[in-house]
Ligand binder design. Structure first.
Ligand code: XLS
Ligand code: CA
Ligand code: CA
Length: 445
């Protein structure tokens, strides 16, 4: 039954009537939805940091959850135990992918040379485990925000030495991402921002971040990284203002600096809501730009103004998210990474499994319902009809580019007064959503 989670069996699909807390009710990995299995559509991933490292420490108290896995924390023995526990965890839940920062994998030493040797050793060990299982790396990244040297950011630091250390960490993280076959590399700019403009040259800092990203692309391509680089937007926390505020801001940054061919976005639900958008909004913005790369699946709390990283349970949100992902053609290099953690009082190892069951079932329902929405077609057709006035006549001349201010002015003059543009029928559309949500005859294949 496994060494680390001996009381937990392999989690199986038992269907919506099951009362077994350790079973999937909706996630049926082999069920085909829109031509692919659920497993292929959803590409679920485990975040190494929350699952294997985070103990529930918060600003007011120490950890409540034991993540020692039988070894002393901060040692290489512990690092190896986390690998073993992680693989047992993924195996039992049927998770195919994982994501990790460098510092999640091996303890950092004061001397970066020692840290790099440790990372070599541990990623050799992970590779061995991967070779004898079907686990894959979704994306890798470097933690450029926890070490005190990054107090003013990494690529945006005022210190060139700190900048060089960020570059060194990125180089190592790209090395192990390639070694482990990762299909993505993430830049999350946690401290790339500012506290006050009184001490900040914003343009210089952004130019420097872009320089670092170009170096990463050059090096990554040189060592054979064929996947996508991602920016993960977040408006604030830990900094007051972060440069990668939201999807739109990040896309503008990538285009401004000529990075748009190599980069896409990793959209996190709770970051989109912190920026004052819905999750669906940021997915749509990324998709419309052809830059929807990967997703950090989690959920915020509408009563709290910070990044709570809860496991997602809101099926409406998951449905709208999957609707965007399916409309964009589904995942290619990316997937659904649960960047989510148990609530601090849910400290038992069993809670980790139940959290993933919740998240995976929520997104399985999201996939089923989004596929039903697409097949139902009423929403798509409504949108299509809403813009029908651009299909011929004066509308067509606008879209085709033959209209001028004079031609439109003449047209308006002849018309004298337009009709209202047609009802938006939001309430009707929400009733369609509810009907799909609570009808069980989803036809999905
Ligand atoms: C923190 C971010 C972080 C990134 C990876 O808010 O979500 O965990 O996903 O550095
Ligand atoms: Ca994230
Ligand atoms: Ca987050």
């Amino acid at each position: 039954m496994g060494k680390y989670f001996p009381d937990i069996p392999e989690i199986k699909f038992e269907g919506s009537k099951s009362l077994n807390p350790l079973a999937f009710k909706f996630y049926d990995p082999d069920r085909v939805v829109l031509g692919k299995t659920m497993r292929e559509q959803l590409k679920f991933s485990m975040a190494w940091w929350h699952t294997l490292c985070a103990t529930g420490t918060d600003m007011f108290g120490v950890g409540t959850s034991d993540k020692s896995f039988g070894a002393e924390e901060g040692t290489m023995e512990h690092a190896r135990a986390k690998v073993d526990a992680g693989f047992e965890f993924m195996e039992k839940l049927g998770l195919d992918y994982f994501c990790a920062h460098d510092v999640d994998l091996a303890p950092e030493d004061e001397d970066i040379n020692v840290t790099n040797r440790r990372l070599d050793e541990i990623t050799d060990y992970i590779k061995e485990k991967m070779d004898s299982s079907n686990k894959k790396m979704l994306w890798g990244t470097a933690n450029l925000f926890s070490n005190p040297r990054y107090l003013n950011g990494a690529g945006s630091s005022n210190s060139a030495d700190v900048y060089a250390f960020a570059a060194a960490q990125i180089k190592t993280a790209l090395d192990f991402t390639v070694k482990l076959g990762g299909t993505g590399y993430v830049f999350w700019g946690g401290r790339e921002g500012y506290e006050t403009l009184l001490n900040t040259d914003m343009k210089f800092e952004q130019d420097n971040i872009a320089r670092l990203m170009h170096m990463a692309v050059d090096y990554g391509r040189k060592i054979g990284f064929k996947g996508d680089f991602y920016i993960e937007p977040k408006p604030k926390e830990p900094m007051k203002h972060q440069y990668d505020f939201d999807a739109a801001t990040s896309i503008e940054f990538l285009r401004r600096y000529g990075l748009e061919k190599d980069f896409k976005l990793n959209i996190e639900a709770n970051h989109a809501t912190l920026a004052g958008h819905t999750f669906q909004h940021d997915l749509r913005v990324a998709a419309d730009a052809g830059m929807l790369g990967s997703v950090d699946a989690n959920q915020g709390d509408y009563l709290l103004g910070w990044d709570t990283d809860e496991f997602p349970w809101d099926v409406y949100e998951a449905t709208f998210a999957m609707y965007e992902i399916l409309r964009a053609g589904g995942f290619k290099t990316g997937g659904l990474n649960f960047d989510a953690k148990n609530r601090r009082p849910s400290y038992a190892h069993k809670d980790m499994f139940m959290s993933f069951i919740l998240g995976m079932d929520t997104f399985a329902l999201g996939l089923i319902k989004a596929a039903s929405l697409l097949r139902d077609g009423r929403i798509g057709e409504f949108v299509n009809q809403r813009y029908a006035s651009y299909k011929d006549g004066i509308g067509k001349s606008i879209v085709e580019g033959s209209a001028t201010l004079e031609s439109l002015s003449n047209y308006a003059g002849e018309l004298a007064k337009p009709d209202l543009p047609g009802s938006g029928q939001e309430e009707y559309l929400m009733s369609v959503i509810n009907q799909i949500m609570f009808t069980n005859d989803d036809k999905l294949a």
